[in-house]
Design a protein around this ligand. Structure first.
Ligand code: HEM
Length: 399
């Protein structure tokens, strides 16, 4: 239990730390990795170099500080992060390490302003915040291990098949190397895969959504080759070029809270941009397997015809359903598809069956901002919109 004094100090200094947030977390990561280089086997280096992780960690620590006297308010937000932590095998013993260097970074950036009183208060507060994470994660580890076919941390899977889905997306079918059962998952969840890339000093981890329905004897991930960004996606290019049928990769158990909710009545709208189609195709195929009676709308935006994945699977799934309609369109080719160029409000107004629809959105950040904003404009309440952003959780501008 924190003393009233500690709470007051933390709350009154949180705004100052928030302003210096980026500086502190940048200093923090430098200190953390120079003292514990082995942690570079866990963190995503691309997120680090783009500063995305710094923003995510800083936002969360300062948000938590504001609610330091009512930490239960944070549990829903903590759960999303805890899923990611569990899928990366983050353990209680990692927390004191992070805490130590976070405090050192605060001292480094604030200089003399960081009095012993302030540092002690933040040390206590960090301990409380860390305990919330640790207990949420402990429950997740237990759940992952206890379900049939479940496991803790990473387990070896063999690539049983590899299939090109479009000019940029390739699917990998993964089966447990030990021949064991495949733990079930909820459509929308992801796995972390872990690879050692020749020439790279550290192991690399990446999250990919599961792209098939549950209940199979494999997991399927469908990976976009990230060739246009700078630097190019090391893991995605390695998977495309260097991982073949028969190869082994390590996988952690399914995680994530962007999931298809069971609701037998509400209309369901699935809206995907680019490779954001991966959790959506899993949801659509699951609804088809369940012969769901909901009114279902599947909307898929791709750059062009060559980059359009899963057209046949979408059509097959819709054929199995009585009330499903699929639409697609290309932003680089307005002569084909059901909508021209980008998805616009007039199209959504006509395609989304009713304002009761539960809408799931996944795609690049700008795509999601635009879609979420437009859904709200056509009368969908915010509490009926679910979305997943690929990368560290960030605030999207959807106002
Ligand atoms: C991801 C916060 C402790 C390792 C994240 C994210 C946040 C966060 C906000 C982004 C989640 C997302 O991707 O949606 C925190 C807070 C912590 C904490 C507030 C302490 C109270 C730790 C510890 C470790 C760790 C102890 C292990 C050393 C990671 C890793 C990621 C992550 C590896 C994935 C991001 C990447 O690789 O770029 N954390 N975290 N975190 N966290 Fe933590």
């Amino acid at each position: 239990m924190l003393s009233q004094k500690t709470i007051e100090i933390v709350k009154s200094t949180a705004p100052v730390l928030e302003v210096k947030g980026q500086e502190i977390t940048t200093a923090f990561y430098k200190l953390l990795f120079s003292n514990h280089p082995e942690l570079l086997n866990i963190f995503n280096h691309a997120n680090q170099s783009q500063g995305r992780q710094q923003t995510a960690l800083a936002n969360t620590v300062y948000a938590a500080a504001k609610y330091i006297d009512q930490l239960e308010v944070l549990v829903p937000a903590v759960k999303q992060i805890a899923h990611k932590h569990r899928s990366l095998a983050i353990k209680p013993e990692h927390y004191p390490i992070v805490g130590k260097y976070l405090l050192e970074a605060i001292k480094e950036v604030l200089g003399e302003a960081a009095t012993d009183e302030i540092i002690n208060a933040w040390a206590e507060a960090y301990g409380e915040i860390a305990n919330v994470f640790i207990s949420v994660e402990r429950a997740m580890y237990t759940e992952a291990q206890e379900q049939e076919g479940g496991w803790i941390d990473f387990k070896e899977f063999v690539v049983a098949d590899k299939k090109e889905e479009s000019s940029v997306i390739t699917s990998f079918y993964l089966k447990p190397k030990d021949g064991g059962k495949v733990a079930s998952f909820t459509p929308g969840q992801y796995i972390t895969i872990q690879v050692s890339i020749p020439g790279e000093k550290y192991i690399m981890n990446r999250q990919y959504s599961l792209s098939d329905a549950p209940g199979k004897d494999y997991y399927r991930i469908s990976v976009k080759r990230e060739a246009e960004c700078n630097p190019k996606g090391k893991v995605s290019n390695f998977l495309h070029d260097g991982v073949n049928v028969g190869d082994t990769i390590k996988v952690s158990a399914p995680a994530g809270d962007f999931v298809l909710e069971s609701n037998p009545h509400a209309p369901i709208t699935l809206i995907a941009g680019g490779v954001g189609v991966t959790p959506m195709i899993s949801m659509l195929k699951t609804l088809a397997d369940q012969k769901a009676e909901n009114t279902i709308t599947f909307i898929q935006a791709a750059r062009n015809n060559q980059m359009h994945a899963f057209l046949d699977e979408v059509n097959e799934a819709c054929d199995k359903l009585d009330n499903a309609t699929a639409y697609f369109g290309y932003d680089a080719d307005s002569s084909a598809g059901h909508f021209q160029g980008y998805i616009e409000k007039s199209f959504l107004r006509q395609a989304v069956p009713s304002s009761d629809s539960i809408c799931y959105v996944c795609g690049p950040a700008r795509f999601m901002e635009s879609i979420i904003r437009q859904l709200k404009e056509i009368g969908i309440q915010e509490d009926r919109i679910r979305y997943e952003f690929f990368g560290p959780a960030m605030t999207l501008n959807t106002e």
